[in-house]
Design a protein around this ligand. Structure first.
Ligand code: OOG
Ligand code: NI
Length: 410
């Protein structure tokens, strides 16, 4: 019997292999990441304070996007078989440049599971009920389109439910199950209806990415790096054009906090379209990309308040020291960040996402912003709405860090 975490590790590795075939620059990114991590670990005796090199090397997060509550519920059932549960609620409609989705992250929640393999998937659902983005007429047509498609074979979801209940699967069953789960996220070669794609694109490139085709796919898969500044420079030297910024906290001399991310620009990928006259044509679209991230210590709500204040400054690096001390000992003493049993040598790694960075990541890969009409949000989307949609609780990240902080480091 293979336990849940082994299935999760195989799922992450399977998606990574598939994504490397689909997006060749991802392989370059993995190679450079491995080099940077290796060199960083050789130079820094404390390199493993935020996770073993074994964990960090295998560590990925994925991003997927689905269309409806029913599709999201299937994703929740599928991921539960891998020990990945919904944590946090992100409403990217609130962002400076709004994206018509609401999201959660599926990931392991307890210390042992995280240490074994922390694979997480940022999962977004199209905010179809939000009339600021979708007219009544368009909403009905998108709904009809989504009702006709099937992202996951019902047999796969049924099997996921029984694996989740059993806590694992025997080796043969595991292999087919993981293979089919990975395949469900492959980029489809089915022709896309061009006029439908264009109509959705006028609302949002994300809407077109989600609801123009019969399947879903990995939008990106992100490795973890121990020195993101070094990686950034090195990718540029490899001739890969990175976006012009590293999202999240600035580089500082003190303890790394939360999450820093950067990416390279969406690749122009060929897709097949069915044109108005019925002919097929190959055209390129730019919705997928490569992202990389560095993770730091999780901040308490008090620390998060400081973070938000620092980030509101025109140059956060300049004012960082006004908000954060320069050692883990002070961070722990002032209760700004989470440490196992308050021990500053045992930081708790941030396992989640940052809404502002997420919106920035979405946005840096779109050719055009979404247009939201003025008006009130009557969609009713909230964290508890989402919990109802997936039929399970959405974990509160702070409550999880709080629990971890009462435990000894594993
Ligand atoms: C997800 C964007 C969020 C991150 O790393 O913040 C994300 C998406 O583009 O679908 O992946
Ligand atoms: Ni991402």
């Amino acid at each position: 019997m293979l336990p849940t975490w082994r299935l999760r590790a195989r799922f992450a590795a399977g998606l990574s292999a598939m994504y490397a075939r689909e997006v060749p620059a991802y392989s370059t990114l993995l190679r450079v990441c491995a080099q940077v991590n290796h060199e960083y670990a050789a130079r820094n005796p404390a390199a493993e304070r935020l996770g073993s090199l074994h964990r960090v090397t295998a560590e990925r997060h994925g991003a997927i996007r689905v269309g409806s509550p029913a599709e999201l519920a299937d994703v929740a059932d599928l991921f539960a078989a891998f020990g990945m549960l919904p944590v946090g609620y992100y409403d990217l409609r609130d962002a400076a440049s709004p994206i018509p989705v609401v999201s959660t992250a599926f990931r392991p929640v307890d210390a042992e599971e995280l240490a074994r393999n922390p694979f997480r998937v940022f999962t977004s659902m199209l905010a179809l009920r939000d009339s600021r983005f979708f007219s009544t007429d368009l909403r009905a047509r998108v709904q009809a389109f989504l009702d006709r498609r099937q992202l996951f074979d019902p047999a796969l979801i049924a099997q996921a439910r029984s694996i989740a209940a059993d806590g694992g699967a025997d080796a043969d069953a595991a292999e087919t199950f993981v293979g089919q789960a990975v395949a469900a996220f492959a980029l489809s070669r089915e022709p896309i209806d061009k006029s439908w794609y264009d109509e959705l694109s006028r609302v949002s490139a994300v809407a077109a990415d989600i609801a123009a085709t019969g399947s879903t796919h990995i939008n990106h898969l992100t490795p973890r790096v121990l020195d993101i500044d070094a990686l950034y420079r090195r990718m540029s030297a490899h001739g890969v054009t990175m976006i012009d910024a590293i999202h999240g906290p600035p580089r500082t001399d003190g303890p790394a906090v939360l999450l820093r991310q950067t990416s390279f620009r969406a690749l122009a990928e060929p897709r097949r379209f069915r044109m108005r006259d019925g002919t097929l044509a190959e055209q390129t679209v730019r919705v997928r990309f490569g992202e990389v991230e560095a993770r730091g210590v999780a901040l308490t709500p008090k620390g998060r308040g400081r973070y938000d204040a620092a980030m509101a400054a025109p140059d956060p690096a300049q004012v960082w020291d006004d908000y954060f001390p320069s050692t883990d000992a002070q961070m722990a003493a002032q209760q700004l960040a989470y440490y196992h049993r308050g021990d500053p040598s045992k930081p708790i790694v941030y396992e989640d996402f940052l809404p502002t960075s997420a919106a920035g990541i979405f946005r840096s890969n779109l050719d055009r912003d979404s247009e939201a009409a003025a008006g009130a949000d009557e969609s009713g989307y909230t964290a508890s709405w989402m919990a109802g949609a997936v039929g399970r609780p959405i974990y509160d990240p702070d409550a999880l860090y709080e629990t971890l902080s009462r435990e000894a480091a594993s």
